[in-house]
Design a protein around this ligand. Structure first.
Ligand code: AMP
Length: 439
């Protein structure tokens, strides 16, 4: 199958080929013809599947088919995305794919000044790519007008709901015309997501690609038993000893991300944190330094990392396990893309053992567990026989203790563990250090 066989105009096929893509991905092969026919689409796909091109290419074609009237502040297509980074990435893709066409697009997100966005909106445009909050602000100020929207795209709808955007989305839906084409993309389908999709879509073509766990299957996964306090040094040593070049590390809290980046930097491992409290320019800078290899480690929270397109990432580390098992799949989906092998390492303290069980249940497979013995050697550890032995955190306990202490979080000894026969010590043991480090 070639892009030219999907019914796309030559300018779009050329633009795609200029990016080096020769074969449509499965979601593109199935969604592009449906969108071109004017159908609503319900797309089950996560980042890495080529979903952005799946909606952008046919959207550009449909917009180009009707003449651009340059109407003041009345876009004909609106793409809603959950985060600034995703909005910026989608916008960049639209610009790349549409660079041989006479269409204007604008990206709108919070955390930056209003005026440049207002100036661009006033120039007339065809497409807005936006996060919901700032878009509504601009609508309220009369600077953005959604009554001309013919195509509405919801990208990563599940994450938008996770982030509490449901009310904003409903407000946006009131501002767009009832008659429109809807393209709805979500990696997961909770009842809430289904309800929103049902309320928006009319007789949609359903396109589901790669079972969610397919990504996980391509990734080499390992879990290390490490006490919370020992994790920072454990990770620093792993990166140094393994000579890891580009590592995306996930923490559960913003404070935790900052603290870890600082610790790694102190160990001469160039690292930066990326999370919701960072300014837009700081986030962009960290991302571009990471992509270009000038920093080795990017420490991120789930929300900040969502939708980031970082190609060929060799290592993902779960510094703390997510309490939502699906987030684990999203996290490790950053590595092992496009058939390349990736490695995902999870550092698991006693208190997180229950999360690992939930993740294994979702993946329907066991993640090999290891620990480092007192000599710093990696030894396999078997999964405890029953889950009932495990101590699970009380609701809210993790978040508080990790975010609040400022000194490395939970105390392994205090957690108790409750695993009969486990050889794990509360603090774990860091790997053997390479000689000559930190001189
Ligand atoms: P997305 O799922 O939209 O985040 O896309 C994931 C990555 O795949 C991006 O880097 C795209 O540029 C790339 N990509 C999109 N379509 C194709 C394709 N047909 N062949 C190869 N790579 C692609």
């Amino acid at each position: 199958m070639k892009f030219s066989e999907l019914g796309l105009r030559p300018e779009l096929v050329e633009a795609v080929e200029a990016k080096g893509y020769t074969t449509p991905s499965p979601i593109q092969a199935r969604a592009i013809p449906a969108v071109l026919e004017g159908r609503d689409v319900l797309g089950g796909a996560q980042t890495g599947t080529g979903k952005t091109a799946a909606f952008s290419l046919p959207m550009l074609q449909l917009l180009a088919a009707s003449e651009f009237k340059g109407q003041h502040k009345r876009p004909r297509a609106l793409v809603l995305a959950p985060t600034r980074e995703l909005a910026a990435q989608v916008h960049q893709s639209i610009k790349d794919y549409g660079d041989r066409m006479n269409l204007r697009s604008v990206v709108i997100f919070g955390g930056v000044g209003f005026q440049p966005q207002i100036d661009r909106l006033r120039h007339g445009l065809d497409i807005i790519v936006a996060t919901p909050g700032r878009l509504l602000d601009l609508c309220q100020r009369g600077e953005a007008q959604l009554s001309g929207v013919e195509i509405l795209v919801l990208d990563e709808a599940d994450r938008m709901l996770d982030m509490g955007f449901i009310h904003d989305i409903k407000k946006v839906l009131k501002l767009v015309p009832r008659e429109r084409q809807n393209l709805f993309f979500s990696a997961t389908y909770s009842n809430e997501v289904k309800k929103l999709a049902d309320s928006m879509l009319q007789n949609p073509v359903e396109v589901e690609v790669a079972a969610r766990n397919a990504t996980a299957d391509r990734v080499d996964q390992e879990a290390y038993e490490v006490g919370q306090k020992a994790k920072a040094q454990f990770l620093a040593d792993m990166i140094q000893i393994g000579d890891w070049s580009q590592v995306l590390v996930f923490t559960r809290t913003k404070h935790g991300a900052n603290r870890l980046a600082k610790h790694l930097d102190g160990q001469r491992i160039a690292a930066m944190a990326i999370h919701g409290n960072k300014s837009q320019s700081a986030r962009e800078k960290a991302l571009s330094l990471f992509k270009s290899g000038r920093i080795r480690v990017l420490v991120a929270t789930d929300i900040a990392a969502r939708g980031l397109d970082i190609a060929d990432l060799p290592y993902v580390v779960n510094y703390e396990l997510p309490n939502i098992p699906e987030d684990y799949v999203h996290r490790i989906g950053r590595t092992g893309r496009a058939g390349k092998a990736g490695q995902a390492v999870s550092l698991v303290s006693d208190i997180e053992e229950g999360y690992l069980w939930d993740i294994e249940k979702l993946l329907k497979k066991e993640i090999p567990r290891y620990k480092l013995n007192s000599g710093g050697e990696k030894v396999a550890v078997s999964k405890p026989a029953t889950r009932s032995n495990l101590k699970r955190p009380a609701p809210g306990q993790n978040r508080q203790s990790r975010g609040g202490s400022g000194r490395g979080g939970n105390n392994g000894g205090r957690q108790g563990g409750g695993r009969s026969g486990s050889a794990r010590s509360g603090g774990g043991s860091p790997p053997r250090r390479s000689r000559g480090r930190n001189r």
